[in-house]
Design a protein around this ligand. Structure first.
Ligand code: FE2
Length: 568
């Protein structure tokens, strides 16, 4: 029995489940090449069907999520959604009535689910599916935070735990606390949209001149460059109150924005970012600490966009009451299609545990890849056994080069995890600068992250036994003796956001082991395989385009070793 999950909002996408197996999941941005695409995910749905080799009529259950007033309005008037997308991504100039739009948005978005909106949204989703050839399917509506919670609960490595969601907002809520026990997910507490930590950080991002819903990670990174100061002197420390497990925002989102903007005028951007990050971390730590105490549960799983904040996650992990943790790797709204499908599958079959790995997207055969490579005379290519490619790539990395690494199924979620990655030595400042100059063009304060062998995590990092981080979901402090090894992947505060690699990606593990044979440590710089401002590459044609535009010399792609004649 197939269950298809569909999400048509920020970072739209689709996920396909068969029984308790997650068959496929991808986001629309990879197909349309527009980062965090918001349109109905026609391409992702077709991708899922093609991967599973089934027809639309084979799908009996479709799950979708989020029927709040503003989401429903966007479904009825899609040009509003497109306008917001273009505006948010700075593709069109700021309109004169921006203040009015901003205040209207934060007044209307906290309004939750209205019965009429359920009907209108369901009919919009069904109409699009019928247009694609779907027939006789049952439509399941899943509330936004139930979908987030399902991703964390049903893919977590433990069967009893506390499930906490925190985000901007969805269906009138900005968070929830549930208990997973005996295969059931029991919601104990809701956090209203008006009390949102996500809206707070979204507004801070906007005020420092960055793109809300996209650049929050940059704000977090910039905060590292402020001079530290005492929490008591933080002007925003009273913006939130935590009493037990109740989180309250003191001001409405509109008033909060006005206050933040006034304060930001009087201080450097990095200080403003630091203060906001401090409020976010301290509030999260207090809330989660109180929740683990109240329910006496130390195994905690998280989802929702707030948990993209890897620094705050590190603080949470350090809590004594947190014994084991898990962050669903596609924690933001990009994971909602998967959450809706998981919840519907859980309700239909009773299953509460679905085997998850991050490699859920498209794959391309060696023949297919080779024919695309050979069509362009700028490249020379040769077939090479993939194990040999791992060794060959490791040699080039150890010699100080960066390489493009494209193997197997595309990763699901925001991070490149060794299948669509750009890899470089972790110890070289020079290669980091080269990457930034020619390929990534990142803000100067944005760090790169490492992939490392899980067996080396304790040697390189202040690592505990609370759970391995396979998906780069939080930072760890690098051990003092390891600064030279991690020069290109460490933040100014000596933290790093690692992917710990074990058996789930054998080829990538081979590469790391080959690096280790030369250097003594199984660690590389791993950054996503994309052009600045674009989504991670999906297919070989996308990969060749990046290689060409960045003048990169070496690429290892599905058993084909490619050299760029014009590479530098
Ligand atoms: Fe969300």
């Amino acid at each position: 029995m197939y269950v298809l999950g569909v999400w048509d909002g920020h970072d739209a996408g689709a996920a396909l489940i068969d029984g308790d197996k997650i068959v496929y999941a991808a986001n629309e941005e990879r197909f349309t090449r527009r980062k965090l695409e918001m349109k109905f995910p026609f391409n992702s749905i077709m991708g899922a069907l093609a991967y599973a080799n089934i027809k639309p009529t084979d799908i009996e259950h479709v799950a979708f999520s989020t029927t709040e007033l503003t989401k429903t309005t966007e479904r009825v008037f899609p040009y509003m959604r497109e306008y917001y997308y273009l505006f948010r991504r700075r593709k069109i100039p700021q309109p004169r009535f921006e203040n009015f739009r901003h205040n209207l948005k934060y007044t209307l978005t906290p309004i939750g689910i209205l019965p009429l909106c359920n009907t209108i949204s369901a009919s919009y989703i069904a109409r699009n599916l019928r247009h694609m050839g779907f027939r006789n399917f049952k439509l399941h509506r899943v509330e936004h935070h139930v979908a987030h919670a399902a991703t964390a609960a049903f893919t977590a490595p433990f069967r009893k735990g506390l499930i906490i969601t925190l985000d901007g907002l969805g269906d009138g809520l900005s968070g929830s606390i549930s208990v997973l026990e005996n295969g059931e997910l029991d919601r104990r507490l809701k956090i209203k949209a008006k009390d949102s930590l996500g809206i707070f950080f979204e507004q801070v991002t906007n005020i420092v001149g960055m793109r809300e819903l996209e650049d929050e990670g940059k704000v977090m990174a910039m905060a590292d460059y402020s001079y530290p100061f005492d929490y008591e002197s933080n002007k925003f420390k009273d913006f939130f109150r935590v009493e037990g497990t109740v989180l309250r925002a003191i001001h409405s989102p509109v008033k909060q924005f006005a206050m933040l903007r006034r304060a930001a005028w009087q201080m450097p951007r990095e200080q403003f970012a630091y203060m906001a990050q401090q409020v976010l971390e301290n509030t999260m730590v207090k809330l989660i600490s109180n929740a683990t105490d109240r329910y006496s549960i130390g195994d905690v799983a998280f989802a929702g966009g707030i948990f993209a904040n890897v620094k705050a996650n590190m603080r949470v992990r350090r809590l004594e009451t947190v014994k084991h943790w898990y962050v669903f790797p596609h924690m933001g709204d990009g994971g909602i299609a998967m959450g809706a499908a998981l919840w519907a599958a859980h309700e239909l079959t009773g299953s509460s545990s679905f085997q998850f790995d991050a490699y859920l997207g498209h794959d391309y055969s060696e023949d297919e890849t080779e024919s695309i490579v050979k069509a362009d005379r700028q490249f020379t290519s040769a077939r090479e056994d993939r194990s040999e490619q791992a060794k060959h790539a490791a040699e080039l990395i150890n010699e100080g080069n960066y390489v493009l690494w494209f193997q197997g199924r595309m990763e699901y979620g925001p991070r490149a995890l060794g299948n669509r990655s750009i890899l470089a030595p972790s110890s070289s400042e020079a290669v980091k600068d080269k990457l930034n100059m020619y390929v990534k063009k990142r803000e100067w304060f944005q760090p790169f992250a490492p992939s490392l062998l899980e067996s080396d995590a304790g040697v390189l990092l202040e690592y505990d036994d609370k759970g391995a981080d396979r998906y780069m979901t939080m930072t760890y402090i690098v051990r003092p003796g390891m600064y030279d090894v991690t020069r290109s992947v460490v933040n100014v505060d000596h933290s790093a956001r690692p992917q710990m690699v074990e058996g789930e990606n054998k080829l990538y593990m081979e590469l790391l082991k080959s690096v280790k044979r030369h250097t003594g440590h199984g660690i590389v710089l791993n950054t996503s395989f994309n052009l600045h401002g674009y989504p991670i590459v999906m297919n070989p044609a996308d990969a060749l385009k990046v290689m060409k535009e960045t003048g990169t010399k070496h690429m290892f792609i599905n058993g084909i070793t490619v050299t760029n004649r014009k590479g530098i």
